[in-house]
Design a protein around this ligand. Structure first.
Ligand SMILES: [Zn+2]
Length: 336
């Protein structure tokens, strides 16, 4: 491999030195970096495509840690409303080509990213912005009507919309040690529940433990949880804070909840998958963790799963109703 070396002022052979890039904008990224070195003078060279690949890896790790919107999420947002990059840029009143750059891998600021995430989740927020863009002549009547029609159609079909908004308002917190440094992703959570339920007979009480173990193992291995849920210590083990598993289990696009009465009069809730889960927003590592937890728990009884959770320090060292910190993920009995 040869490249121009400014120190030798000639084409020179170079080799790649592997280094660890530790920190980017105050975030521990620890990404492997390829640094080309001139064989003759041992100086570092700047080679554009190698540098681009390095940056891509750093950005993607930074994105994951800071929960920055991805290019595909922006494309999904446009696809949902059938709008072009230019139309979306105009609606948001961002600088020219901004969306184009973000879709090609440039890193949005945290505030622009948070705003993009907000409007992709909350239809009303998005539509308010569309109206503003129309009244201030940033978009045409044609664009406005197109989006209005799509939103009207969606509202009729999405019975869970209000419930989802409510759950998100109740559970969404900024990244901290109690949500595994992840902002709640309700779409992802629903797909995850549907997936687990497709693999095993899933009781509502055990669902809490499945999710907790999945998030704890994820935090143990990746320093970030998968769902962004916060859990508290309850009598039978860790559960989603403020009993929000009740409402989450009633979202019915991806799964159904059925309550059955036992002989002793107690109620047992079972969640069955609708089979329409979409795992495309999960990466390979996440799927591996999820499958691992399913393989460990799926043949165990509700009681046995509860007992497993009672062995964990996160449960042992907390009081009833106390939030369970992800710090306890460092030392997981289930991984031993
Ligand atoms: Zn040189």
């Amino acid at each position: 491999m040869k490249h121009y070396c400014p120190y030798c002022n000639s084409e020179q052979e170079y080799y790649i030195d592997k280094r660890i890039f530790k920190e980017y904008k105050g975030v521990d990224v620890n990404v492997e970096e390829n640094v080309p070195i001139c064989k003759k003078c041992k100086n570092e060279l700047i080679i554009n495509n190698i540098e681009d690949e390095n940056l891509k890896r750093i950005y993607s790790k930074y994105r994951e840690v800071k929960n920055i919107i991805t290019p595909s999420e922006i494309k999904d947002l446009r696809a949902r409303y059938d709008i072009s990059q230019r139309e979306l840029t105009a609606i948001l009143d961002f600088g020219k080509m901004t969306i184009n750059r973000y879709e090609n891998g440039s890193l949005p600021s945290k505030s622009q990213s948070d705003y993009l995430k907000l409007i992709s989740k909350e239809k009303n927020e998005f539509f308010n912005k569309v109206k503003e863009a129309y009244y201030t002549n940033r978009i045409s009547q044609k664009t406005f009507s197109k989006i209005e029609n799509i939103i009207n159609k969606q509202s009729v079909h999405d019975d869970n919309y209000e419930l989802k908004l409510y759950i998100e308002n109740e559970l969404k917190t900024s990244p901290n040690i109690f949500n595994g440094f992840k902002v709640l992703d309700l779409e992802k959570l629903q797909n995850l529940i549907s997936y687990i339920a497709s693999k095993t007979k899933l009781y509502l009480t055990s669902l809490n433990k499945y999710l907790w173990f999945i998030d704890m193992i994820s935090y143990n291995q990746r320093a970030i949880s998968i769902t962004g849920l916060t859990y508290v210590h309850e009598q039978y083990g860790p559960v989603i804070i403020n009993r929000k598993y009740e409402e989450i289990s009633k979202l019915d696009e991806k799964y159904k909840r059925e309550d059955k009465e036992n002989n002793d009069g107690s109620i047992q809730s079972v969640i069955t998958s609708n089979g329409n889960y979409d795992l495309s927003s999960f990466n390979d590592k996440e799927i591996k963790i999820i499958d691992y937890v399913i393989s460990l728990l799926s043949n165990k009884s509700v009681k046995a799963i509860s007992n497993l959770s009672h062995k964990e320090l996160g449960w042992k060292n907390t009081e009833r109703f106390e939030k369970i910190s992800f710090e306890y993920a460092d030392n997981l009995k289930i991984l031993k």
